[in-house]
Design a protein around this ligand. Structure first.
Ligand code: 1HN
Length: 348
């Protein structure tokens, strides 16, 4: 009888236990393929409806009491394919703050942004710079800056918080610190960085408030909507119509190093082509009624809804109205991918 040679698979299985004792491994036949031809995200396309968000906010408003020492009251957007948070890199939460409440001061290495959805009368302090927040404003909280909020208005206020928590967690770079006081002292003129850098076209001859790589903390709604209006009559981009990126005025690059932010307008009757690219996205519909197809799913959305789109999903946006425009705030992790040389896209 001749000897049968053991197969490669048998040899690999035989090695597994022996190598494991020395903390080594070889690839096993039953292991999933090391490289897939293209990304295969576990994250699912998602749609959260404005009515459900309103109901959820009512419930957390009733049940969760913000007192000194308590941190935040937020409704986190979750995904069945993502263990923590909203996308593989980002956490998106909707914060609900009631008149008179203080969200106390702390800082963390994950960077954060706020996009104001509803209400007026709350201010935030970011490393000593105070800003009065209003609907449609984007306010940045760069990583490791102290931040606290106080609501002095008369109605509940609602805003979107997005943080790069999952990205920072994956790199074991999370630090957190409470301040030893509920609020920070205000240590500069209100909106000082905005006054110096917020025009985007001019910069101070001698900058005195450029404390961060991006000196600008607030991106006021009126300024950003005007920028979109100014560009909106030009030929549409076939996929996104008019999409404007919030930038760092000192570099022209993204406002944040890891988190991408855009204000996107779909003109009446716009029906975009499908495309795909790497990166995960969360959209908040500011106004209008539209339709987004993601792979084979169709989402009909209205103002106040949220959508999440996974990496490499084929998607196309359309405006369902022939009279009114749609405006969306779009948050993503594209800057992190670009910085790492991983950007990849394909039109259809
Ligand atoms: C946070 O610090 C805020 O500062 C909001 O308002 C939402 C979600 C997760 C972790 C930290 C805030 C947050 C958060």
């Amino acid at each position: 009888m001749g000897m049968t040679l053991a197969s490669d698979a048998d040899n690999r299985r035989a090695l597994a236990a022996e190598l494991q004792a020395m903390n080594f491994a070889v690839h096993q036949p039953e292991d999933p393929p090391l490289f897939t031809d293209a990304p295969e995200p576990a994250m699912q396309p998602m749609h959260w409806r404005a009515a459900d968000i309103a109901a959820g906010l009512d419930r957390i408003g009733e049940m969760i009491k913000l007192e000194q020492g308590s941190v935040r009251r937020t409704l986190r957007l979750t995904n069945p394919g993502v263990e923590y948070g909203t996308t593989p890199t980002l956490w998106a939460s909707i914060q609900y703050i009631l008149p008179g409440e203080i969200a106390t001061a702390h800082r963390h290495t994950p960077g954060a942004l706020r996009f104001i959805m509803k209400g007026t009368g709350a201010n935030t302090i970011v490393d000593g710079e105070q800003y009065q927040m209003n609907e449609g404003d984007l306010v940045l909280t760069p990583g490791w800056t102290f931040h606290d909020h106080q609501h002095n208005g008369s109605e509940p206020m609602v805003w979107l918080d997005v943080l790069d928590i999952n990205l920072v967690r994956s790199m074991n770079a999370t630090f957190f610190e409470d301040l030893n006081a509920p609020r920070q002292a205000v240590n500069s003129h209100q909106d000082a960085s905005h006054r110096e850098f917020g025009s985007g076209l001019m910069r101070p001859a001698k900058a005195r408030h450029a404390r961060y790589e991006n000196p600008v903390l607030p991106y006021p709604a009126a300024l950003c909507e005007a920028a979109v209006r100014q560009a909106a009559e030009l030929d549409p981009d076939p996929y996104d119509d008019t999409a404007m990126i919030y930038t760092n005025p000192t570099t022209g690059g993204h406002a944040m190093k890891t988190i991408g932010t855009m204000l996107q307008r779909l003109r009446p009757g716009f029906s975009g082509q499908a495309h795909r690219h790497v990166g995960s996205s969360v959209y908040y519909v500011i106004r209008g009624e539209g339709r987004t197809t993601v792979n084979d799913e169709l989402f009909n959305w209205v103002a106040g809804d949220f959508l999440a789109i996974p990496s490499w999903a084929r998607h196309a946006h359309a405006n369902r109205s022939s009279d009114n425009d749609c405006l969306m705030f779009h948050v993503n992790d594209f800057p992190a991918l670009e910085a790492l040389g991983l950007w990849h896209e394909s039109g259809e």
